[in-house]
Design a protein around this ligand. Structure first.
Ligand code: PYC
Length: 353
């Protein structure tokens, strides 16, 4: 298999002496505010396509086994998510990124961006044209990034100006047997989110166990998908409600809001979720609850925080949209040489329980 050109340089002997067989992937592991990001620094496939949206489709068609092998058990786990770096398609940009995750290849991932940029810079895989700034091509569009680092080149914080985000539908009413009648809004922030705020039949995320929120979210998403279709006004390859966001009381009284984002089939984001925070800021902006320049501190289920802001306003098709930015941090905690041996390992493609 041909590997893509933006990869860590490792010699053949590096692999040979480890006696691993099959396809080998050299991965750097980090977490963004508690949620994992596995950057495939060597072993990612060369892809066809003129932009990351086309390359995402090519990956899903030909190489989805890589995603499954690296994200699912036994090499990954329910919350695992990651990325693969590619050279940019436009000369003014610095890098292009494919996001891989237990649920598929997301058009955009905020916590994934913060982790990927941190690792890419610290390992010298991303070489920005302008110090302190990275222009990143994601499948959902261009993401402009600014970052700070210490004197040793350790990245301290990453702020991403995300793709345009909008409130897609308000006040959807559903009859949801486990809880009763529910009202929710759907907003886009790089993925489509069903946002459930506290109401008569839902007291707020702090009143329920995580396993309960997960199983309700899986059921609610399936129910909503039967009756509601969401398609990006400018890129029809981005479609479908993929995430549910439960909201509730903050832990820190100084935070603006708290959320628990359900993704994949069994995961709750440990970070405050970058695309989810963007979607929620779009919802608040459309409802007059958040103004340009105001700080939106979003807390996750574990209390970690992203700082959001509305940078500007724009249009997406006929929709009023915002340009949100999110700031967070990531910590690198390991490196992994992982083999996926299709000839010998019955669980080469991983599994989900
Ligand atoms: O941070 O955008 C995000 C994200 C999406 C799914 C999990 N995290």
């Amino acid at each position: 298999m041909a590997t893509h050109p933006l990869a860590l340089e490792v010699s053949e002997s590096f692999f040979v002496k480890r006696r691993l067989e099959g396809n080998l992937f050299y991965c750097i592991d980090a977490h963004t505010c508690g949620n994992p990001v596995r950057l495939v620094a060597h072993g990612g496939p060369a892809l066809e396509g003129n932009n990351m949206s086309e390359k995402r489709q090519d990956f899903l068609k030909k190489y989805d086994w890589i995603r499954k092998g690296l994200m699912y058990e036994p090499r990954g786990h329910d919350m695992m998510s990651g990325s693969i770096l590619y050279p940019p398609h436009k000369p003014e940009n610095d890098v292009a990124v494919l996001f891989i995750e237990t649920s598929g290849c997301l058009p955009m991932c905020g916590h994934g961006t913060i982790g990927t940029i941190t690792m890419g810079l610290e390992y010298g895989l991303i070489k920005p044209k302008v110090k302190g700034k990275v222009r990143m091509e994601a499948p959902a569009g261009l993401v402009e990034i600014s970052y700070t680092e210490d004197a040793d080149g350790k990245v301290k914080s990453v702020r991403l100006t995300n793709v345009s985000s909008y409130l897609a539908k308000e006040n959807i009413e559903v009859d949801f047997p486990p809880l009763g009648k529910l009202k929710l809004d759907v907003a886009y922030g790089g993925n489509y989110y069903g946002i459930v705020d506290p109401q008569e039949n839902f007291n707020g995320l702090e009143h329920y166990k995580a396993e309960q929120l997960i199983s309700w979210a899986r059921e609610l998403r399936a129910l909503l998908r039967l009756s509601h279709d969401f398609t990006h006004p400018e890129d029809s390859s981005i479609n479908g409600l993929s995430h549910i966001m439960w909201t509730g009381e903050t832990i820190d009284p100084k935070s603006t809001a708290r959320n628990a984002v359900f993704y994949g089939d069994k995961a709750i984001d440990r970070s405050p979720c970058g695309t989810g925070t963007s979607a929620r800021m779009a919802q608040w902006a459309a409802q007059g609850r958040l103004k340009e320049g105001e700080v939106f501190v979003h807390e996750s289920i574990i209390g970690s925080k992203f700082e959001g802001r509305i940078e500007g306003r724009t249009k997406l098709g006929d929709y009023d949209a915002i340009i949100p930015s999110i700031e967070g941090w990531a910590k690198v905690y390991g490196e992994n040489l992982i083999s996926i041996n299709k000839d010998d390992d019955p669980y080469a493609d991983g599994f989900q329980v």
